[in-house]
Design a protein around this ligand. Structure first.
Ligand code: ATP
Length: 919
């Protein structure tokens, strides 16, 4: 196959691209431009999914400048084709293939049929079923939510549905620690990818979480992320390495270290950028953090942005506000105003309660039309006067089923050195004042730790302390001196070493009893298989403490948790412990207001820790009072407003029922085993709802998607899939299923069939033509037109009189009555009825064309409503906020016009025809 610049080819893997033109040839690669969608694609020349477009005499061609003529002659010169012909008025035309219109209509099935090629009825039925199922899936509300190997938890399903369906979502996922933000982000990414809203995703995480992310995305969502590090960037020459992969995972540190890496990432195109542990993005007016600036730059290029943090206010309210600003600069422009709004949350929460109860609210925020129905007013209030569409925060209180936290405080008599120390603060982390590691021999906490661990054997315990050196010294001691199987986890280890340590700790048979972590172990990691947490020291910041406890106290924890806190009596350690315990009650109950409380009392607390203890009891009682009031205010105000926004339980439960109904039906199993039979994949019963699949000897495709040579065990049951990670979880969205469906439509398999039928009252020799059209609408990807216009299969069954009988005779019923014919009979039939076939097909195309107009009308309305709604929102915000840029509104207007223009050009694509003769 030789490619020449200027030739026209069609991507049979993605017909939506329209007609491509070869624009580049290099290094055994070929680049095509697809003018209909404004995209360029590069393929390996030897296996590009491309078909050369060659018109023949009598075909009709259209050129980009609007000429349309029937071909009378095809001239080939130096590998390029030119067509000569005449139009309807008899004028002569000549056009090189370069001039052809990119919005090409290929009508292959009828040509195939008339050339005497036809398949069996099973293949035809498979093709029809594939179109119908794909359309059903594309339209389905739970699109993108079916395929994750997760328990269906309402708060996650709701967020994934709500955010995943947005065009270019920009949100902060701020569920409290351990409620599954990574999983939520994965679900959103999955939904975005499956609905075509995003294709290129960049995920930035702290280095210690890279591996965990990689594994979670693969095992839960079958998403293969490419891990980018310095080595990967260095290996690459030539093109931007970030452009070579669609799904990229990298550590935030990679960009901090390398301006070149930043420049490359910024030069690449991203649909969605995801930043985990986003509280690290610090901001202040005169010194915005480096990471913040980088994400700020990225987010200006990328349409979508997901920020994840359990403790959004950990580094202060200013940074929190700055992150909201990254997400929606139009909505969050002024921190003073934001603070004032926070104070008003309770007021608006009350208004919403009144609206929900069907009452007339006592007041409404300015600018809202009181005549609007409650269901329109509520989202507007949430959007304009809460953190609305931007922030999602589920609390443990709202997601039931968490274990109890038990406190095991261990007061220990301090060593003499501390009793005489000059600086009382030294007691908080006394080992930092020692040179070398000898302190472990004498520190009474270490002796306590050894005996506590021995007494709880074989239970596993996670130990967290703040510094890496402390962790290293402790682990050495436990391991070498005390004979306790342990591993260390700290910033001095490479990522692989850290993952190895975490895996050693997780191993239930020969693993470590304890993992000693520095503070980096307190973020993001999953250690919920352990029920004991030892806090060897305490951090000052309550949010950090909440993060530490969250390693165990998270979804998936099956038992109650014991939190062991050793402290030196009568020292700053006891002061801090008592403030956190008696003031915030944080060891037994999660406290989401930690940062707020800490900023309020940090000064007297530091004084107390520094030895000025006189008013400590008063500080405790003041903290306790403030904590209670703050928690109550949050419950009634901000958290309530957020909760309302973060999970609509009825909606979530409805979606879950729909997902469960799809799983309970055997439709997938029936369809998929039918597909395997036709394609030649062997399947064998394994157990209820489980199959073993193996590539057969004579498969129709060289390789079946995601099926290794040695075979694969699969299950259709979510419960089994959660318990048996070795089995693939087959849903309509598993890549094995979706890619094999695409493969069916990309080939000709089943697009023609011939049969006979006996019908009472119909004379023998009459002809019925069953045809299936889908709607095709090439358009630039950024418009995401499939939101409004799906495949919409149109099935038409015409008889001799050109009437449509599809309503009277559904496809399945017809298939039962049709008898197949052998090849020679089929050829004889075609020879005889060739002329009639064309007439029938013209009639079918005419009927389908009328139906297409209705489909286009519906899609136009949907596009107009959706984009019109977005324009209206921005215009409303612009009235109260001059910073809403006019060009954003203009861009949306352009999107609406362009979408409507292209939807109008949608055309029919004939997917399959079946010729049936009465006998
Ligand atoms: N729907 C689910 N089904 C099964 N397991 C889940 C589900 N959601 C979360 N998990 C598990 O619960 C744990 C916590 O989830 P995840 O790491 O996403 O939480 P997080 O909110 O990101 O935590 P953190 O606040 O610590 O960063 C993980 O082990 C995850 O695999």
């Amino acid at each position: 196959m030789e490619y020449i610049i200027g030739q026209r080819w069609v991507s049979h893997a993605d017909m939506q691209l329209g007609l491509g033109i070869v624009v580049g040839l290099e290094d055994r690669r070929v680049t095509l431009s697809f003018p209909a969608v404004g995209e360029e694609r590069t393929y390996a020349a030897h296996n590009a999914p491309l078909t050369r477009l060659r018109f023949k005499k009598e075909d009709t061609v259209e050129t980009a400048d609007g000429r349309r003529f029937e071909v009378t002659d095809v001239i080939e010169k130096a590998g390029l084709l030119a067509y000569a012909g005449v139009d309807e008025q008899g004028n002569e035309h000549r056009a090189s293939e370069v001039e052809l219109d990119a919005f090409v209509q290929l009508t292959t099935p009828q040509q195939r049929l008339l050339n005497g090629h036809f398949d069996g009825h099973a293949e035809f039925a498979l093709r029809v079923a594939t179109c119908m199922q794909l359309d059903r899936l594309q339209r389905g509300e739970v699109r993108g939510l079916l395929g994750s190997r997760t328990s269906l938890l309402p708060h996650q399903v709701y967020i994934a549905s709500e955010v995943g369906q947005r065009h270019a979502p920009r949100v902060l996922l701020a569920d409290e620690v351990g409620l599954g933000k990574t999983i939520e982000a994965g679900m959103i990414i999955h939904r975005q990818l499956l609905t075509g809203r995003s294709e290129r995703v960049l995920v930035l995480v702290p280095a210690p979480l890279l591996h965990q992310w990689l594994v979670e995305m693969l095992r839960r969502f079958s998403l293969h992320f490419a891990l980018f590090d310095e080595e990967r960037l260095q290996q690459h020459e030539g093109d931007n390495p970030f452009e070579t992969e669609q799904l990229v995972l990298a550590s935030t540190a990679l960009f901090r270290r390398s301006p070149a890496a930043r420049a490359l990432a910024l030069a690449a195109d991203w649909d969605l950028v995801v930043v985990d542990e986003a509280h690290h993005l610090q901001w202040s007016e005169d010194a915005p953090g480096e990471d913040y600036q980088f994400v700020d730059n990225l987010s200006r290029h990328a349409a979508g942005l997901l920020l994840l943090t359990a403790t959004p206010e950990q580094v202060g309210q200013e940074s929190h506000f700055a992150r909201l600003q990254l997400l929606d600069p139009a909505r969050f422009r002024d921190i003073q105003q934001f603070r004032q709004q926070e104070a008003e949350y309770r007021r608006w929460s009350h208004v919403i309660e009144q609206l929900e109860a069907g009452e007339t609210p006592t007041e409404l925020p300015e600018g809202l039309d009181p005549d609007l129905p409650a269901e329109d007013l509520i989202p507007r209030i949430l959007d304009r006067h809460g953190t609305g569409r931007v922030l999602f925060r589920n609390t443990r209180a709202s997601v039931a089923g968490f274990p109890e936290r038990r406190l095991a405080a261990a007061p220990i008599a301090p060593p003499l050195t501390l009793q005489t120390a000059q600086d009382p603060l030294q007691a908080l982390y006394p080992e930092r004042y020692e040179s070398g590691d000898d302190w472990v021999q004498t520190d009474p906490r270490v002796a306590w730790l050894t005996s506590t661990l021995k007494a709880m054997r074989p239970a596993k315990a996670l130990i967290i302390c703040s510094g890496a050196e402390t962790a290293i010294a402790l682990e050495h001691y436990l391991h070498l001196r005390a004979g306790i199987r342990s591993a260390a986890f700290h910033e001095g280890l490479s990522i692989i070493e850290r993952d190895r340590a975490a895996a050693y700790f997780a191993d239930t048979e020969n693993g470590a009893q304890t993992l000693v972590c520095s503070e980096i172990g307190s973020e993001g990691r999953n250690f919920q298989f352990s029920q004991h947490l030892v806090l060897f020291d305490l951090p000052l910041n309550p949010d950090l403490l909440e993060q530490r406890i969250g390693r165990l106290d998270r979804i998936g924890q099956r038992g109650d948790i014991t939190i062991h806190v050793p402290y030196f009596e009568g020292t700053a350690q006891e002061t801090l412990f008592r403030w956190l315990h008696e003031g915030l009650d944080i060891f037994r109950n999660s406290c989401s207001a930690g940062q707020m409380i800490y900023s309020r009392f940090s000064e007297p607390l530091l004084n107390a820790l520094g030895g000025d203890n006189a008013d400590f009891e008063a500080l405790l009682s003041e903290t306790r009072g403030f904590t209670n009031i703050t928690k109550q205010e949050l419950r009634e105000g901000r958290d309530r407003l957020l909760e309302r926004n973060s999970c609509h339980r009825d909606e979530a439960e409805r979606l879950i029922r729909e997902i469960e109904a799809s799983e309970a039906s055997t439709a997938l199993e029936t369809y998929f085993t039918g597909l395997c039979d036709i394609v030649g994949v062997e399947h064998e019963h394994h157990s209820a709802h489980c199959l073993v699949l193996r590539p057969g000897e004579h498969m129709l495709m060289p390789e079946f998607p995601h099926l290794p040579e040695e075979g694969r065990t699969v299950t259709f049951d979510r419960g089994i899939a959660l318990a048996r990670e070795d089995m693939a979880f087959l849903t309509w969205e598993h890549p094995m299923v979706s890619e094999s469906m695409e493969a069916i439509l990309a080939t000709e398999l089943g697009n023609t069939a011939i049969g006979t039928i006996a019908l009472k009252g119909v004379a023998p020799g009459s002809l019925l033509l069953e045809s299936l059209f889908t709607v095709s609408c090439p358009a630039p990807r950024q418009l995401q037109l499939q939101r409004f216009l799906s495949l919409s299969p149109l099935r038409i069954l015409v008889d001799n009189k050109g009437r449509d009988l599809s309503g009277l005779m559904p496809h399945d019923k017809l298939s039962e009555l049709v008898t197949r014919v052998n090849r020679s009979t089929g050829l004889a039939i075609i020879k005889q009825v060739r002329g009639q076939v064309e007439e029938h097909l013209n009639a079918a195309t005419g009927i389908a064309g009328k139906q297409l107009r209705a489909v286009i009308g519906g899609a136009r309305d949907a596009a107009d409503n959706t984009l019109g709604g977005e324009i209206e929102r921005l215009e409303a915000l612009q009235r109260i906020n001059p910073q809403v840029r006019q060009d954003e509104i203009d861009h949306l207007r352009w999107q609406r016009e362009e979408s409507l223009r292209l939807i109008d050009r949608a055309s029919l694509q004939l997917q399959a025809v079946r010729l049936i003769v009465t006998r």
